[in-house]
Design a protein around this ligand. Sequence first.
Ligand code: HEM
Ligand SMILES: *[C@@H]1O[C@H](CO)[C@@H](O)[C@H](O)[C@H]1NC(C)=O
Length: 323
Amino acid sequence: MEASPSSTFIFLSVAYLLVVSIGNSNAQLSTNFYSSSCPNLLSTVKSVVQSAVNNEARMGASLLRLFFHDCFVNGCDGSVLLDDTSSFTGEKNAFPNAGSLRGFDVVDQIKTAVEKACPGVVSCADILAISARDSVVILGGPTWNVKLGRRDATTASQSAANTNIPAPTASLSALIKSFSDQGLSTTDMVALSGAHTIGQARCTTFRTRIYNESNIDASFAKTRQANCPSASTSGSNNLAPLDIQTPNTFDNKYYNNLVNQKGLLHSDQQLFSGGSTNALVQTYSSNPSRFNTDFVAAMINMGDIKPLTGSNGQIRKNCRKTN
Ligand code: HEM
Ligand SMILES: *[C@@H]1O[C@H](CO)[C@@H](O)[C@H](O)[C@H]1NC(C)=O
């Protein structure tokens, strides 16, 4: 019997739906992914994150940033954790990461504890997602259920890290584009930037702003200049808090700083410099629960970026290298 036009249509429709559902692999992430294969996963991760943050509050910021830098480079696949090998150059020495990204030793500690509880089951990519959430909660921010089931990459890309991770010199339009290239909205971008309510930045990333920009509070600039010399040859690694008010608390003070022209990075202040995101910054600065809600939604959206699922990738034994 010959295929009728309508049966051909039905066949093509089914084939199309299959391709679309396979392509949309984050449909396979779920909050209970390890509930039978590793029932103590969440408490195991949390206790290591808790002691690391007790030891040094900044570590919460560093773990949150690791997840961002993982997800923006070929998806949330643990690629940021891979050391360089003879077959690929990893992401750790990419420009936005070198001498800056930290927390790798804490991730190793978490992985060791998780492997002891459930050998060969939990990905490094998921460990980053859980650690980011735990860090936010421990430092006083909102909580959410983390979608899980990501698998680990077997390769990494230094060039994609250099291209995809936004620079502190970025303009508002460049920031919007960088996030939209990852499928994230401008609202996601503004809400995720609230992560700069915790953690530190090196003088080299904000020197030009504190000496040469005009949309900056004069006394704030002076305060920051005291520990960040203008000459590019000294003090480049001196640290300053991204949030001048409460650097170890996850709150909405970051936006309050922006409204007062006390954003540390050029890119921070771009969110409140008369452009399309001014109103949202104003909203977050006066409405902490609105910020929390949007931050959580944006973290879930970021965690959905191109995960490896099913039989793609692997569950690394050691987060620093492929099996
Ligand atoms: C919007 C574009 C962004 C730019 C241009 C940017 C840039 C930077 C820069 C330059 C630093 C300081 C690095 C150093 O001096 O070592 C930093 C730190 C940090 N970033 Fe971002 N970032 C952005 C978005 C994000 C997002 C989306 C997150 C997480 C959701 C995040 C989390 C952090 C944290 C927590 C720190 C402090 C890390 C620590 O103290 O170890 N950033 N960022
Ligand atoms: C400030 O701008 C001047 C003129 O463009 C430049 O020579 C100087 O290096 C800049 N200073 C800093 C700290 O960026």
